[in-house]
Design a protein around this ligand. Sequence first.
Ligand SMILES: [Zn+2]
Length: 143
Amino acid sequence: MTKEKITECVGRLSLIRFFPQNRFAIAELARIVNELCVNDAEGDRLTDEALRRFDEWCGPVALRAFYWERVANRTGCETCHRYGVLENGRPCTCAMGRYRRNSNDQYRPYVPPRATPDELAASVAWSEELTAQDSERRRRVEG
Ligand SMILES: [Zn+2]
């Protein structure tokens, strides 16, 4: 990436709420953007997509995961049969290989656990029981 484009991207990203104000943090972000994006066009796409996706500053790990998920080129080649991995198990030199080498599959944003239908039914039954106990108590007090 060109220095001008990195500066522009970081400047545009500062629109995001809670964007870091510390100059070392901003310099580190510039370094991360330069490391992730292979050219100015990717820098623009990362910035465009991040401004659409994040209302609050997401942090470096989430930004990297977001790049690999939404921006990175995943075009495979004939050598690796488009999988990005060679027969010896090593990543290919093509864009898909770069994705395989660098994408952080470990990162997962926190998502609250989803209840199973049984758990939901149990929780509804429990709240109905509490409501019944409550009205029973109220009847005793009033009566
Ligand atoms: Zn390849």
